[in-house]
Design a protein around this ligand. Structure first.
Ligand code: NAP
Length: 413
């Protein structure tokens, strides 16, 4: 498909999906969004590392043909809008894309570009693996116990954007309706937000999480909810999660009750334990019984909070990758923001975007290149050659710029 402002590479082929399976040519065209703020710095470093790892792993047999697409400030300069249709079409056409962070323009009427991208392409699972890389400074005693993959629902919950300002006609109408129809009082000076959580949205997320646990040989899937308070949204998420596990994965999964009633607390080989935790308790558990949790599925807001808290335990957002996945499309992104005060200073840690690139390589099934990057990253940190954020917490470390860190990592491939 011809584009207006996007330059398509002359060589390279599109990734396709056939019979529910991704088909990756040896020279796939992959669109990237550089991002705002620190985006250009971390993207340059990430591209350098990914290209070097692919070359090292596959010599001239495989190569990514990068194609720049636009969102955020750069898009606004080029198209006069922050998220052009062409960008969304290019991601849809090419199935896999990677992006740096984007600023949410301040001012009435703007929704986060990140949230919009996920919603318009129905990228319903936000997948955030959180694990420890040796040598990274951490605030806890045993950060290596953390190895969890969080599946955060990406399209529903209080993030659905259905909300009305205090004092608006809409808020007043809802308050009146709720009083007249259901006899429930809401203070007249309230803002109103809706929190929809559906059977469909819950089950497709939990299905993806269980499929992942099966594919990766992980032993537990935890449903994280606040169902003791929000019975028909968060509580229902838990119930529908268990229902899905029983309906579609009855042979592969087992509940906590069955584990104790029938197996004396010993998980039989080949089975996945499906349990649930109330969100507040989960924040304690992830600190005190970190190793008990391997895969977790949760509504949007719980996932937002818990993934950052887990990332903090293993050294912070600079090292936490993310993927937004739908039924076919995968959009890989750094989990931190645009950190504007560090823009164009070649200072920040590119680890989050580089590790998101590893998730992308795994999605392409180019796992050899991904594994190489992960071990080289760990080696570089153990050599104490790191960016400012880690250097300030490590004794005797050498402070590198963003690109110099990428070069040091590449030397270790
Ligand atoms: P932020 O950009 O994540 O930055 C907050 C702080 O986190 C930075 O000042 C820095 O801490 C640290 N940090 C972030 N990225 C780092 C990196 N790569 N290496 C080292 N340290 C890093 O959060 P924010 O300031 O709240 O948000 C700024 C903008 O980003 C907002 O417009 C927001 O909407 C947007 N945002 C975008 C995304 C996304 O695109 N997915 C996500 C979140 C926020 P120190 O100052 O302590 O060094």
């Amino acid at each position: 498909m011809p584009y207006d402002k996007i330059n398509q590479p002359v060589t390279g082929k599109k990734i396709t999906f056939e019979n529910s399976k991704i088909q990756v040519p040896s020279n796939p065209i992959i669109p990237f969004i550089e991002g705002d703020g620190i985006g250009p710095d971390i993207w340059k470093a990430t591209k350098y590392v990914i290209d070097a790892a692919v070359e090292k792993a596959y010599a001239s047999e495989k190569k990514i043909e990068w194609m720049e697409i636009y969102a955020g400030e750069k898009a606004n300069e080029l198209y006069g809008e922050y998220l052009p249709d062409e960008t969304i079409n290019a991601i849809r056409d090419h199935i896999v894309a990677i992006k740096g962070p984007l600023t949410t323009p301040i001012g009435g009427g703007f929704r986060s570009l990140n949230v919009t991208l996920r919603r318009v392409m129905d990228l319903y699972a936000c997948i955030r693996p959180v694990k420890y890389y040796k040598g990274v400074p951490s605030p806890v005693k045993n950060p290596e116990k953390m190895n969890i993959v969080i599946f955060r629902e990406n399209t529903e919950d209080v993030y659905s954007g259905i909300e009305w300002q205090e004092g608006s006609d809409e808020a007043a109408a809802i308050i009146k309706f709720v009083k007249e129809k259901f006899g429930k009082e809401i203070r007249s000076d309230s803002g109103i937000g809706l929190k929809p959580i559906s059977v469909f949205g819950t089950k497709r997320l939990v299905r993806k999480a269980i499929e992942y646990a099966i594919a990766k040989g992980r032993k537990t899937l935890t449903l994280v909810h606040k169902g003791n308070i929000m019975k028909y949204t968060e509580g229902a998420f838990r119930d529908w999660g268990y229902e899905l596990a029983a309906e579609e994965f009855g042979n592969e999964t087992l509940t906590e009750k069955a584990l104790w009633d029938d197996h004396d607390g010993n998980l039989p080989d080949g089975k996945i334990l499906v349990n649930d935790r109330i969100a507040d308790s989960m924040f304690q558990q992830i600190l005190t019984r970190t190793e008990d949790y391997e895969v977790a599925a949760m509504p949007n807001l719980n996932g937002d909070y818990l993934s950052d808290a887990c990332a903090a335990q293993v050294g912070g957002l600079g090292m936490a990758p993310g993927a937004n996945i739908g039924d076919e499309i995968g959009l890989f992104e750094a989990t931190h923001g645009t950190a504007p005060k560090y823009a164009n200073k070649n200072m920040v840690n590119p680890g989050s975007l580089i590790l998101s690139g590893v998730l992308m390589l795994n999605y392409l099934k180019w796992t050899e290149a991904g594994e190489m990057i992960e071990s080289a990253l760990e080696k570089t940190i153990l050599q104490k050659r790191v960016t400012y954020d880690l250097e300030r917490q490590m004794e005797g470390a050498v402070k590198l710029g963003t690109f110099e860190f990428a070069e040091a990592l590449t030397d270790n491939l």
